[in-house]
Design a protein around this ligand. Sequence first.
Ligand SMILES: *Cc1c(COP(=O)(O)O)cnc(C)c1O
Length: 434
Amino acid sequence: MNLVDIKHLEQVDANHIWHPYSAMHGGNPVYVVESAKGTRIKLADGRELIDGMSSWWCAMHGYNHPVLNQAVHDQLGNMSHVMFGGLTHAPAVKLIEKLVEITPEPLASVFLSDSGSVSVDVAMKMAIQYWHAKDKPSKYRFVSLRNGYHGDTFGAMSVCDPVNGMHSLFSNVLVKQFFVDSPDCKFGEPCSEPDIASLSNLLKTHQDDIAAVILEPIVQGAGGMRFYSADYLKQARLLCDLYDVLLITDEIATGFGRTGKLFACEHADISPDIMCIGKSLTGGYMTLAATLTTLDVSRTIDQGIPGVFMHGPTFMANPLACAVALASILLLEETQWLEQVRSIELILKLNLRPFESYIQVKDVRVLGAIGVIELHEPVNMKWITEQFVKSGVWVRPFGRLVYLMPPFIINEADLTALCQAVGRIVNKIPSSVL
Ligand SMILES: *Cc1c(COP(=O)(O)O)cnc(C)c1O
């Protein structure tokens, strides 16, 4: 793209477009992307960046994949959309048949929506309608973990970490939920009585008010990139059963192999009552999410008043999105995703751990295809982004967290180069800002 065209795009963008969590005027610069293929993002000025983000957990097969392109193309020739009220179609049915097959056993009823946040709102509505139908309408509140992140709509926001989620700003409108300490027991370690006490005490005292516990299994993503004990998750499941509370697992970030299991709840060998998936569901091609639940929940909702589930997005089950999601899951099954994720895990550990000795670094942790460098101080986004782009990598930290979650198809040379670039730049953060 020529320089005049690039400048024009940048100028109109700067004048009129909001980016995620950004200021409209005078925010940090954004980079114009011309195309992306495999693990490379090509900027309009011709520079190529190795992708370390999978576009926020999504593009696990890399960009511009011939198989996924073909799936969209084929579906486009058939129909790009048709309403889902009173109609159905093969892309949705085949996708849902597949989802029911690969998710934990009791999940058999599926609601499709357009984004992760909405799938969380849908999960919360399911839980509320469930208890209403069981003649326990006082059970409408939710319990979530501190450091949790579940999305940006009002329902989802109410169960996000109250500090990170900046609840004070919206405190007049958000429903007051319950928050418990986030697990201190680390992944791979057992979880003892004090670790779970916050959750168990709360459920014991407030079970009559609580519809469900909602949590991100094993990996708390945007709220702190924390990896916690599978034992905690196991005990949380038992406590939910004991106190007659539903368990909602938000697998929007962890689903489809990222943590080294197809779904993170498999680390603990548990199944939820309601599960949310999104992000990599379509391999990063289109926006689509799903909320899955058990026959017990769906039948109970049917039997309550008003006898239907109260939600219905206009673009529900968009055929293009469903077709590419099915193709993405089939592709995942055909590839050696587990070997790929394990190999990424090894390379991340090998390359990132030495950075633990840097004065800027507080902690380095790796799980599956996720590598996290936690710093002592928040990064200067403008400075660090420029450094990354200059070094030919695309990494987007937040706060004190510099993290990598590359596409599963990344090769060893690119992944090593990515890690080394990150280490070099982190080590260059001037100690004056510490
Ligand atoms: C990203 C994310 C969401 C929100 O999904 P959107 O598609 O951005 O609305 C919810 N929960 C978790 C765990 C996520 O990572």
